[in-house]
Design a binder for this molecule. Structure first.
Ligand SMILES: NC(=O)c1ccc[n+]([C@@H]2O[C@H](COP(=O)([O-])OP(=O)(O)OC[C@H]3O[C@@H](n4cnc5c(N)ncnc54)[C@H](O)[C@@H]3O)[C@@H](O)[C@H]2O)c1
Ligand SMILES: N[C@H](CO)Cc1c[nH]c[nH+]1
Length: 869
């Protein structure tokens, strides 16, 4: 616990300041010095308690509680934010658990009886006592309490008290009614003079360097203080300093950017003051918040939100958030959930930033400042009674934490759907929301089928744009920097592993080699079959021959994801067709492990497909390196492969840069599956297929279209989902993805296929009777798995079909990766003289319509030549 005093003295106040007119110092002046001392009795305790609750941060004080009877009351003062309380030495053992927050009070000058305590309050201290010499001698011993507080007798000469305190490095307690900040008041001791007497300036002019900070302790700049400027600052409760050239400087007197004084303190070696102020406008004379530049981070966000609150552009997002309480509430809930689901440190930082943005919007909207929030944090840190911190109610239930209350109903079921009986649903059950298409509206079904919200495109762009720019301009070094940052592979010194790959980097068990070899061969066969053995040729008119032939794309970059799972199978799915297509340069990219190495399966696949190199990087940095090339990374013509939101957005961005000259395959994001199951389907099989995609990531979504299933049949699938999920190592991820996954009961297969085609799933699984016949009804899907013996995972690895597929509904317009993804089609025309004669008329006429005379003449000149003209 940080107990550093603002100054090496306390100010004693007889009653809670503000509850009575104080003589001497005002409440604000006491507050600005930050460490008051109070004497509390059973009678005044209630008042102090209430006062502390309200003003904890300003008056985090020291309390003599020897006149308070109940230890509970003493503890409640500590809990309310008292820095330290002093009790009689006999009572001290009762408070042992609170350590140095509780110290003894004694009334005699003999320190020997209290040695061993880290702090001690000497009350009725008389600086003229005959025992003073002996007392001073005792204070020189090593057993003395490190914090020795001297509370003087009422008649004490305060100047003398200060001298004695300095001699023995004790902390004098100065009565507020005997202090003043006014020059005119000669009956009291000058507080500014006391402050300055505790400071030692290194400067010839005696001024004290003063660091000026805002309420979040962000340094705004440097100023200087003198006794006079401190007096004026305390008198006016504003930022007043001593200009080195022009005397007193009242900050903002001319600019209007004034300051409200919050606190003055001195540093550890007493040569620098700190003023904490509430700054209006800017501190710096330049166009920036402070002399060290603009605010950043959370204070900057607060500033922006506050100005938006005053004048947000109509229709702006922040204006909507301020005016639509429900939207703001929904966003806070959404971001809180995303933060809980975040896994890597980067994701956690990203999601925490989002949550802080919306939380601060709520605060600003309610007129709460960051300083108010920080005061609360501090108050909590000073508490001594710790709450258990258990999760409560629906949140505990959602996470499967027992609350000792009856088990809850299953995950949200819309009112239109008959809910399963609550009593037999164990807490924390992993269950998909249920809808009944015959009772829910079309809009409700569409809403239920929405993919989990991705980060807003702007937020992602803000992250990836600088990364891409850094890599474009900084090359290898920039790639390495990001790999060190995101992958923590700090020992990596080169971002590329070039072929031939070292044997030790692909050392595998015979079983792994066999599994890869079998999959490789199946994928090769299926993709080789997609080859066009000869060019397409059509004679459209006599003598007019049109052809189309394909050529491999020369240099391809294949992104193999590696964030939440290592996916050598993706290396196969991209690498094998690239090899079959005959791409000359195949460059793989995949995030390395923290030790800088790659999983050996990926290196083995790279070796088998004849890759030229592997870029040891992931995310936007890998995409940028492939798109622009670096000193060691080969620039490619097309980037293919799935990835998270950063990867997908980076691919889109570089493909839009005409200077990059790079194409991409498609948006292949978080995995998803839609299973159509009827009463013939085996519930265990259905559940296993749903879970095989749910385990990919918390952003995955799985959908079950239950064709005419009874409540009992639905429950059987749900039971399987829960039981199988609970046994999975990635159950936490499954819980996240199932939270935004749904079961929809439909009447028949036609209704199921209508919904499925609208959803356009990446994977479509047909576990219905006569599944093959249903294939005719499939209009939009990445890849289809037909019948009960075809789990989706065979397509992920070994059947031969490709698993790099369009997600997020893009199956409506994109195909999955196939041989065609690695080739370009070139067309050719070949005309005889007769052919030109046959088609020439049409060409010349259309060229005339378009007024493109040179086009027309290119035909005419030949026809005339043929005719000997
Ligand atoms: N559709 C398909 O065909 C298909 C196939 C396989 C995998 N997938 C999907 O691919 C995705 C793979 O994602 P992944 O995250 O596991 O691996 P990934 O390799 O796509 O992403 C990891 C990289 O993201 C970057 N990154 C992470 N957090 C970042 C941040 N806050 N800021 C900037 N960069 C950051 C890091 O550079 C890291 O290397 C999953 O969603 C999976 O479902 C889809
Ligand atoms: N199902 C993923 C495509 O969405 C691919 C994959 C790789 N490994 C396992 N599965």
């Amino acid at each position: 616990m940080e107990t550093t005093l603002p100054f090496p003295f306390l100010i004693s106040v007889a009653v809670p300041p503000g509850l009575a007119n104080l003589e001497g110092l005002t409440r604000e002046q006491v507050s600005a010095l930050g460490a008051p001392f109070f004497q509390v009795t059973d009678q005044t305790l209630g008042k102090f308690h209430r006062f502390l609750k309200r003003h904890n941060a300003e008056f985090r004080g020291y309390f003599d509680v020897t006149a308070v009877g109940s230890p509970d009351n003493v503890v409640s003062l500590l809990d309310a934010g008292a820095r330290q309380v002093f009790v009689t030495p006999e009572n001290l053992p009762k408070y042992a658990e609170f350590g140095n927050r509780v110290g003894p009070v004694v009334a005699n000058l003999d320190l020997s009886a209290t040695s061993g305590n880290s702090s001690l309050l000497l009350k009725d201290f008389d600086p003229q006592s005959p025992d003073l010499e002996e007392f001073l001698r005792q204070t020189q011993t090593t057993q003395r309490p490190s914090d020795l507080f001297l509370k003087p007798v009422p008649s004490a000469d305060l100047e003398l008290l200060l001298q004695v305190a300095r001699k023995c490095s004790a902390i004098p307690i100065l009565p507020s009614d005997r202090l003043t900040v006014s020059k005119e008041d000669t009956t009291r001791l000058s507080l500014p003079q006391v402050i300055v007497s505790f400071c030692k300036s290194d400067r010839a002019d005696g001024l004290i360097p003063t660091v000026v900070c805002d309420e979040s302790n962000v340094a705004l700049g440097l100023a200087y203080s003198s006794e006079e400027s401190i007096a004026e600052a305390l008198r006016t409760q504003s930022g007043v300093y001593q200009s080195r050239k022009r005397g007193l400087w009242v900050k903002g007197a001319t600019s209007g950017d004034t300051q409200e004084l919050i606190r003055i303190s001195v540093d550890c070696d007493n040569d620098t003051l700190k003023f904490i102020v509430k700054q209006k406008g800017r501190f710096c004379h330049l166009e920036q918040d402070g002399c060290f530049g603009d605010l950043s981070g959370i204070p900057r966000l607060e500033r922006t939100l506050q100005s938006r609150k005053q004048s947000a552009p109509e229709g702006s997002y922040t204006a909507r958030l301020f005016s639509d309480e429900r939207l703001l509430r929904a966003k806070i809930m959404e971001e809180a959930e995303e933060l809980c689901d975040a896994q890597t440190p980067e994701e956690v930082a990203f999601e925490a930033a989002d949550l802080i943005y919306f939380a601060l919007t709520k605060a600003v909207s309610a007129g709460v400042t960051l300083a108010d929030i920080e005061k609360n944090l501090d108050a909590k840190a000073w508490k001594v009674k710790r709450r258990k911190g258990d999760a409560k109610g629906k949140w505990a239930e959602k996470e499967g934490i027992s609350t000792g209350r009856p088990a809850p109903a299953p995950a949200p079921v819309p009112a239109t759907t008959p809910a399963a009986p609550a009593s037999d649903t164990p807490p924390g059950r992993i269950v998909m929301r249920r809808y009944d298409a015959s009772q829910a509206s079309e809009a409700e079904i569409l809403e239920a089928l929405k993919r989990p919200s991705q980060k807003s495109p702007d937020a992602i762009l803000n992250v990836i744009k600088p990364i891409i720019e850094d890599v474009r301009t900084g090359g290898d070094k920039a790639v390495l920097t990001y790999t060190h940052k995101f992958e923590k592979a700090t020992s990596l010194t080169s971002p590329v592993l070039k072929a031939p790959f070292p044997e030790e980097a692909m050392r595998l068990s015979p079983e792994s080699i066999r599994a890869i070899d079998i999959s490789f061969e199946n994928i090769r066969k299926f993709h080789a079959a997609q080859k066009e053995d000869k060019p397409l040729q059509v004679e459209t008119m006599p003598g007019v021959v049109c052809s189309r032939f394909s050529r491999p794309i020369e240099r391809v970059g294949l992104y193999v994801p590696g964030g939440t799972a290592v996916l050598p199978s993706t290396a196969l799915m991209l690498g094998v067709p690239a090899m079959v297509a005959g791409c000359k340069k195949i460059v793989l990219a995949s995030p390395p492990r923290p030790d800088g190495s790659l999983t050996p399966e990926i290196v083995y696949v790279a070796h088998k497909i004849g890759a030229e190199s592997i870029v040891l990087a992931g995310g936007a940095q890998a995409v940028a390196a492939l798109a622009y090339g670096t000193e060691n990374v080969t620039k490619v013509d097309k980037i293919l492969g799935p990835g998270n939101q950063f990867v997908t957005a980076a691919k889109m961005l570089v493909s839009n840069d005409t200077n990059a000259g790079v194409g991409i395959d498609m948006p292949a994001g978080p995995s998803e599956v839609l299973v159509v199951a009827d009463a013939h389907a085996n519930p265990a099989f259905v559940a296993s297929d749903l879970l095989s995609q749910a385990e990919h990531g918390v952003d995955s979504q799985v959908i079950l279209l239950a064709v005419d299933l009874t409540e009992e049949q639905l429950r059987a699938i749900e039971d399987e989902v829960h039981e199988q999920a609970m046994a999975l190592p990635r159950v936490a991820i499954v819980r996240g993805s199932i939270a935004h996954s749904v079961t929809i009961s439909v009447r028949d297969v036609d209704e199921a296929m209508r919904i499925s085609n609208e959803y356009a799933p990446e994977h479509l699984i047909l576990q219905v009777q006569d599944a093959e016949k249903v294939v005719d009804k499939v209009m939009n899907a990445g890849s289809v798995f037909i019948g009960q013996w075809t789990p989706e995972s065979v397509g992920d690895y070994s059947a031969g079909v490709n698993h790099s597929l369009p997600t997020y509904g893009y199956a409506k317009q994109y195909s999955g990766v196939n041989l065609g993804s690695f080739v370009k089609h070139i067309t050719s025309s070949n005309l005889t003289a007769e052919g030109l004669k046959n088609v020439g008329e049409a060409v010349m006429h259309l060229a005339k319509v378009e007024e493109l005379e040179a086009h027309r003449r290119a035909v005419e000149i030949r026809v005339q030549y043929m005719e000997g003209k």
